[in-house]
Design a protein around this ligand. Structure first.
Ligand code: GLA
Length: 385
């Protein structure tokens, strides 16, 4: 059965290009259960792909023209040739995510063989909420071209998508979002070693619900704060004489970190302790131990709030509201890059309603808006439809 998103993209395709699409691919967004700002430190993360995704319907062309239609932006069109240098646009940004991946693919050995494509992009990942709508778009584009690009398996596709975001779009993100989107496994979280790129699926216990609660706090300053945190982590690693904070444990940090300035020391302490929490959380999840997950998620939130300083008061309040409703039976924390976005909760199904009601009753964003609650299952990763 064809889903609504794909059907909409197919309709737009027919209207725009006068014939039906022949390829359909999708790539999901993600939510991170635990392991924040550890990916670019070579560390561990525990996200899962979610049921919101980007769909691309397409038809290869005989020539080297790219014609890209954005169904979510009034069917705006971006058109260019694969034979000319791919330029970054000042706007619209959606076009740059596609261009960036195409640009990266053209650098690969198989790049010159890429065929032009007519394509329509449509998505339902909430944008600007920290659920990786942009990674889902980049990974979807990689998936579309995978059959023309030998060796473009899920991990390599994720790395191409990350390079496109890092070098073409200009966002210095880590690799968690793209790997989650490319490698998701239904009803599993993914324990990702962001250095070795090993991905271990960990089953989500039966009867546990993943709640994603959008705070509707507009995320200002995200990029500059993100880059500052990244620089502080790198400075700490340099000072400690290691390639990345992944190589540090709390004992080493206590022994050798005393000379760091207090802020940098706290940033490092978040990353080092968060890596330990992710390893413990993967074990707790595999054992079906939601109360232990709850403790670790609570500690993660406190560490993000006090040491990494990436939460905001309204998000802290939202976490407190959910925690009061679910008690020790589950966990809740801010998820994603920070400064707003979403809260994630892992709760026994029978507590979902209580959490939902508490949020509706007690939470308002600074602009007066209510939160939006999504109850999700962990989804499969990118692929053909
Ligand atoms: C953003 C980045 C990721 C990761 C998270 C924080 O989502 O895109 O690479 O660093 O922030 O964990």
């Amino acid at each position: 059965m064809i889903d609504i998103l794909t059907a909409r993209a197919a309709d737009v395709f027919l209207a725009a290009f006068g014939q039906p699409a022949t390829i359909q691919v999708q790539a999901p967004g993600r939510v991170n259960l635990i392991g924040e700002h550890t990916d670019y430190n070579g560390g561990l993360v525990l996200p899962c792909a979610i049921g919101y995704r980007t769909v691309i319907v397409a038809r290869p062309r005989a020539d080297r023209l790219m014609r890209v239609v954005a169904a979510d932006y009034d069917d705006a069109v971006d058109e260019y040739s694969l034979d000319a240098p791919i330029e970054r646009l000042t706007a619209p940004m959606w076009a740059n995510y596609v261009r960036g991946v195409v640009h990266e693919l053209l650098q690969r050995d198989s790049g010159p063989a890429l065929r032009g494509m007519d394509m329509v992009v449509a998505g339902d990942v909430p944008q600007g909420a920290g659920l990786s709508s942009s990674a889902s778009l980049s990974v979807a584009v990689c998936t579309l071209f995978a059959s023309d690009s030998p060796g473009l398996g899920p991990i390599e596709a994720a790395l191409v998508a990350q390079r496109a975001e890092n070098d073409f779009v200009g966002c210095k993100c880590g690799n968690m979002d793209q790997i989650s989107s490319a490698c998701g496994v239904q009803d599993h979280a993914l324990l990702i070693d962001c250095r070795s790129l090993e991905v271990k699926p960990v089953p989500i216990p039966a009867g546990a619900a993943i709640m994603i609660i959008e705070s509707h706090i507009t995320r200002g300053l995200v990029d500059s704060e993100y880059n500052t945190r990244r620089a502080q982590c790198e400075e700490a690693a340099r000072y400690l004489g290691v390639p990345a904070l992944r190589d540090v444990d709390l004992a080493l940090l206590a022994e050798k970190g005393a000379g760091l300035d207090p802020v940098t020391l706290r940033r490092a302490r978040h990353v080092v302790s968060e890596n330990e929490r992710v390893a413990a959380a993967a074990a707790a999840l595999a054992a079906g131990d939601l109360p232990r997950m709850g403790e670790l998620m609570a500690d993660s939130h406190v560490s993000m709030r006090d040491d990494f300083e990436i939460t905001v008061p309204a998000i802290d309040l939202l976490v407190d509201i959910v925690k009061a409703a679910i008690g020790p039976a589950g966990g809740v924390r801010m998820t994603g890059g920070g400064f707003g976005g979403c809260v994630v909760a892992l709760v026994p199904e029978e507590l979902v309603e209580a959490a939902r009601q508490a949020v509706a009753r007690d939470y308002r964003a600074p602009n007066g808006e209510q939160a939006t609650v999504h109850v999700c299952r962990a989804a499969a990763g990118a692929g053909r439809l």
